[in-house]
Design a binder for this molecule. Structure first.
Ligand SMILES: Nc1nc2c(ncn2[C@@H]2O[C@H](COP(=O)(O)OP(=O)(O)OP(=O)(O)O)[C@@H](O)[C@H]2O)c(=O)[nH]1
Ligand SMILES: [Mg+2]
Length: 377
């Protein structure tokens, strides 16, 4: 893919829908995927930073001074820069909290989808990690109502989420403070932990203060922070996309380099709740399932996703296995007449190849239903 494509958009009824062209791209990807999603308030430089991750000057479209740009969720797939045999999928999302759009439900849905689909979630904000920044991340406090781990449980045990949620990175842009607490130098991660510290007490104010911090701590135990300075001088900001590295601030370049390296090193292959590796093809089916569920007003469920993905992959595996066997037999026909032993040997060889093809795709075929279907077929 030399440029991003729209993965999730809005249909004529205003509901989120998956774009078939993007699904087709994912269908072709047999490799495991590492999925990095970027979320955050509107017009805070998300798409620009995503282009840095892609290693490209341009790609995801940037917004202008007075107009938000990214709508829905855009996707860019590329060979992983350091993990051979895996594909890096970058998901750039629509900015949250745009007053002109004024659709907080849509914002929640976009945030949930980014959490559900990614193995690393980058939350981007501008300025400092103060109370306002925490309040703006209200979406984490709603996750528990919008994602289920098991289909039959009303009240979720938050500790369950932790096992399936992405790694969390907070990227703070236009950071102007010194990284110091009480005169002592601190790391960016320590700065984040300091900002997430809870207050003692049980008053309403204290509870409101603590809630987003508690949610981040509980849901995202693997978390890190990167603080970025202004990328260039104010007068050059409007032409940022066309600036060469020489025109960018060395501090910004240094953090960006560290950030990209960290994302590439630490982001893991996306897995389903049962640990099954997600390939591009499965990611496409997963996206469709989650978007359909959300658009129908239901709550997406991680365990249902495993069952649904297993069903799709096992059925496809049966068809693939049969094709291997049948095309082998067709080829054999051209060498007829053959002795019974030879035919029997060839049958055994092709059957085992068909089973291998099935096994490469199948998972959770616990009662062997699909494998039997292949044998019968
Ligand atoms: N101050 C500042 N501006 C930036 C930074 N990075 C990009 N910009 C500029 O800010 C504007 C918005 O950048 P985008 O990357 O489109 O921001 P976005 O968050 O993707 O915007 P939406 O998709 O509309 O939410 C563009 O004009 C960029 O050139 C940054 O680190 N600091
Ligand atoms: Mg954008």
């Amino acid at each position: 893919m030399d440029k991003p494509v729209c993965l999730i958009n809005t249909d004529s009824d205003g509901k989120l829908c998956v774009q078939p062209a993007a699904l087709q791209v994912l269908q072709q990807i047999q490799q495991p995927v590492v999925v990095v999603a970027m979320v955050g308030l509107y017009r805070t430089g998300k798409s620009y930073l995503m282009n840095r991750l892609a290693g490209k000057q341009t790609g995801f479209a940037l917004s202008s001074r007075n107009e938000s740009r990214t709508r829905g969720i855009w996707m860019w797939c590329m060979p992983h820069p350091i993990k051979a045999g895996t594909t890096l999928v970058l998901l750039d999302t629509e900015g949250l909290g745009d007053v002109e759009k004024g659709d907080s439900k849509r914002d929640t849905n976009i945030f949930c989808l980014a959490v559900l689909l990614s193995s690393t979630l980058v939350y981007n904000s501008c300025g400092v990690l103060d109370n306002r920044a925490m309040e703006e991340l209200q979406y984490v406090t709603e996750l528990i109502e919008h994602i289920k781990v098991k289909p039959d449980e009303d009240a979720e045990d938050c500790t369950e989420f932790v096992k399936f949620f992405p790694r969390f990175i907070w990227s703070v842009r236009d950071f102007t403070l010194e990284l110091k607490i009480e005169g002592q130098d601190i790391t960016e991660d320590e700065y984040l932990e300091f900002a997430l510290k809870l207050k003692h007490g049980t008053s309403k104010r204290v509870m409101e203060y603590n809630l987003p911090r508690e949610c981040i701590q509980k849901f995202f135990p693997s978390r890190s922070c990167f603080t970025f300075q202004l990328p260039t001088t104010p007068e050059k900001m409007s032409i940022l996309e066309s600036l060469s590295p020489a025109d960018l601030s060395p501090e910004f370049l240094e953090v960006t380099k560290r950030f990209c390296k960290f994302v590439f090193d630490k982001s893991e292959v996306k897995r389903l709740k049962d640990g099954h590796t997600v390939t591009g093809r499965v990611l496409g089916n997963l996206t469709k399932m989650y978007v359909d569920t959300i658009s129908s007003g239901a709550v997406p469920c991680l365990e249902n996703a495993v069952t649904a993905m297993a069903q799709i992959e096992n059925e496809a595996g049966t068809v693939e296995g049969l094709e291997v066997y049948q095309s082998g037999m067709e080829k054999l026909k051209s060498s007829f007449p053959l002795g019974l032993t030879q035919v029997s040997l060839e049958h055994q060889r092709l059957s085992s190849m068909a089973t291998q093809a099935f096994m490469a795709r199948s998972f959770k075929d616990t009662d062997g239903k699909h494998l039997r279907a292949l044998e019968v077929g």
